[in-house]
Design a protein around this ligand. Structure first.
Ligand code: UCC
Ligand code: FAD
Length: 586
């Protein structure tokens, strides 16, 4: 062919422009909210001990661990059911990168720090600061770590006298070397249901002469099935009286997945789940066919005994949500300094910057709430919390889990769009952030189930958790209430807290339908209070004050305004049902 014009794409050339990719810098040094929160709460002597480690780790999660995490996604787990000779083996094969994450987690002390308590009440804050930095570069190893922390907490606080668990198992969960570090699973979900565990659990436990139990059942979701141990629920089957239905029939069991030779403990790995995200993580269906287990709660107290695990994994969920949002923004803002459109860098367009700023405000609020929970957890474990703080913890753990789970999906989705088409391409590593965020609202209790847990916390305490909440909100805004720039938002937060309290007191019969809006109202109001408190503290910057102001422009108290517009009544439920099933044919 005769080529008349030899431009940049002529002949075999593919053009000479290649977009620079976004870069990750030191993830601790760049995180102004994390650094200022630690500066505000951790004594100088402790901070000078832990900060060098956080700076070092902040560099690591942006470099070698980030690369390793991408390898976890690229080399997903597989299950091999039979060996060459036809024997059933059910081997779950994970990548070398995933195995390396196990060693990293141990060596970095990601569980140990929380239990060694070398830094007293600030140990949890230090541990969770590291987990927060780690999560988006962990290739989802954050998931087994959450359950391991939950198991350690449960074992530490089990009322039943099980000294062997503390002596023989607990040290493995805190080990700082990969070879002796164990991870734990948490098997609660069965085919009939993951929310309604009481009705869903069909696994039976049959007492053996040696004091152990044989478990028979089908666990429908088990994440990180390469774990060493698990905590699970089952019904003790008594040959004379049968078994009890409902929650009262459930007990908590401990079991190890494999024996010393690596043979599965009468467990069949039926298949691995084919998931939207969390694809780095092996999640399996398991048939328990006489798995040897030990009862570690009083009979019938299984749900109550596992609630410590739920508390911990829900805190981890919130930490992962906040850190996933932070990661998305860090990549987005870096990209905005490298990508040009219409002759300017993206960072120079007010509309683009407004979009990123809105994401930043959500992220700061999510981070502040989750850091505050870990601060309180550390105090609680050292016996230093007040009764109000204990009440507050019970309420804000489900709130943080449910609210940040939703924020994480919204921010991840907006973040992808900020990269244009590149945000939709798998090999940029960006879509994974959205796919992995989506699960945060589902596992460990969906948004609705956690909203009902908020009602459970209120009911069980005769409303005391709400009174403590209200006091805490007013305490947070006390400094700001008279200030010129923050006074009006503070007044709005205080009014929202008061009207939410009144709503609950006056609408007992409507609480179930209002539960989700109530939870969102509580979460937004508390985030507002925390942002204001932070903005009024000596470490605050102009950006902190701006964040607090902008956050408080949101509608905080959704329930009172919705109630005033006639929501949460029976007629509405009827209309909703008619609307949803309009045109539906069976
Ligand atoms: O999804 C899972 C693992 C995913 C992988 C790990 C990810 C971790 C994050 C990583 C980030 C990358 S494991 C499956 C999780 N499943 C759930 O979360 C279940 C959702 N369903 C619920 O939460 C339900 O509310 C139930 C099952 C906990 C409770 O249902 P019931 O049967 O209606 O329970 P009751 O009868 O209301 O409560 C039984 C007892 C009560 O105590 P007593 O008997 O003393 O009155 C409750 O007060 O349990 C107590 N209880 C609690 N205590 C129930 N919930 C709580 C709670 N949240 N805190 C304290
Ligand atoms: P359902 O209980 O059927 O709920 C369906 C919908 O109904 C939800 O939107 C829920 O909010 C709503 N709903 C239910 N009841 C009510 C109500 N009373 N009022 C209002 N709305 C209601 N489980 C484990 O035990 N261990 C694991 O390791 C584990 N890993 C998982 C990994 C992944 C990737 C996923 C996706 C799940 C995993 N799960 C695990 C299961 C998970 O915990 C459950 O899927 C979850 O708790 C929801 O249970 P379900 O799927 O049975 O949904």
């Amino acid at each position: 062919f005769n080529i008349p014009f030899a431009g940049p794409f002529s002949s075999s050339r593919v053009g000479n422009f290649f977009q620079e990719h976004p870069k990750l810098h030191n993830q601790y040094n760049e995180d102004v909210m994390l650094k200022s929160f630690l500066k505000r709460h951790v004594p100088k002597s402790v901070l000078s001990d832990i900060e060098p480690d956080l700076v070092r780790f902040g560099h690591r999660v942006g470099t070698d661990l980030y690369d390793l995490s991408l390898k976890c996604e690229q080399n997903q787990p597989k299950v091999e059911h039979y060996d060459a000779w036809g024997a059933r083996v059910d081997n779950i094969t994970t990548s070398q990168a995933w195995k390396s994450m196990h060693d990293v987690a141990a060596e970095e002390g990601l569980i140990a720090i929380g239990y060694e308590r070398k830094f007293q009440e600030w140990s949890r804050l230090y541990q969770f600061a590291k987990l927060y930095l780690f999560a988006p570069s962990s290739g989802l190893y954050s998931c087994p770590l959450a359950m391991t922390d939950g198991a350690a907490k449960t074992i530490e606080s089990l009322e039943m006298n099980e000294p062997w668990l503390k002596r023989e198992v607990f040290p493995h969960l805190l080990a700082r070397c990969g070879a002796s570090f164990w991870t734990s699973g948490q098997w609660m979900t069965e085919r009939r249901g993951g929310s309604d565990v009481a009705k869903g659990t069909e696994t039976y436990a049959i007492h053996q002469n040696d004091g152990s139990y044989g478990l028979y059942g089908y666990k429908w979701f088990s994440s990180a099935t390469d774990a060493d141990m698990t905590l699970t629920l089952a019904r003790v089957l008594d040959s004379e009286s049968g078994h009890l239905h409902g929650t009262a029939g459930l007990s908590l069991f401990y079991l190890e997945l494999r024996d010393k030779e690596g043979k599965l403990n009468n467990i069949h790995v039926q298949r691995l789940k084919d998931k939207l995200g969390t694809r780095q993580l092996p999640t399996a269906e398991l048939l328990l066919d006489g798995a040897v287990a030990y009862k570690v709660s009083e009979e019938g107290r299984g749900v109550s005994a596992i609630s410590d695990m739920l508390k911990m994994t829900r805190i981890h969920n919130a930490i992962s949500a906040a850190s996933g949002m932070r990661r998305m923004i860090n990549l987005s803002r870096d990209y905005s300094t490298r990508r040009q459109a219409f002759g300017n860098y993206l960072k120079d367009y007010p509309l683009h910057i407004q979009t990123l700023a809105r994401m930043e405000i959500e992220t700061r609020a999510a981070a502040l709430l989750t850091f505050e929970i870990t601060r309180l957890l550390g105090k609680e474990e050292m016996g230093q919390t007040t009764e109000d703080e204990n009440n507050l913890i019970r309420l804000i753990v489900p709130l943080a889990k449910l609210y940040t789970g939703k924020q994480a999906v919204a921010v991840a989705s907006e973040g992808l769009e900020s990269f244009g088409g590149a945000g939709y391409l798998e090999d940029t590593g960006l879509p994974m952030i959205l796919r992995d965020a989506q699960v945060l609202a589902i596992w460990e209790g969906t948004t609705n189930i956690l909203s009902l847990d908020v009602l459970r916390a209120i009911a069980k305490s005769d409303g005391r958790v709400l009174v403590s909440f209200n006091k805490q909100v007013h305490r947070c805004i006390a400094e700001t209430i008279g200030q010129a720039s923050l006074g009006a938002p503070a007044a709005k937060v205080g009014e929202a807290a008061d009207s939410i309290l009144k709503f609950v007191q006056n609408n007992a019969e409507r609480l179930e339908t209002a539960a989700r809006d109530l939870s969102f109202s509580l979460a937004r109001t508390y985030m507002g209070a925390l942002l204001l408190e932070h903005a009024a503290s000596p470490v605050a910057t102009e950006s902190d004050r701006y964040t607090a102001q902008r956050w408080c422009e949101k509608e905080l108290d959704l329930v009172s305004s919705n109630r005033a517009s006639g929501h949460y009544v029976e007629e509405e439920t009827h209309q909703n049902r008619t609307l949803v099933f309009d045109g539906y044919t069976e």
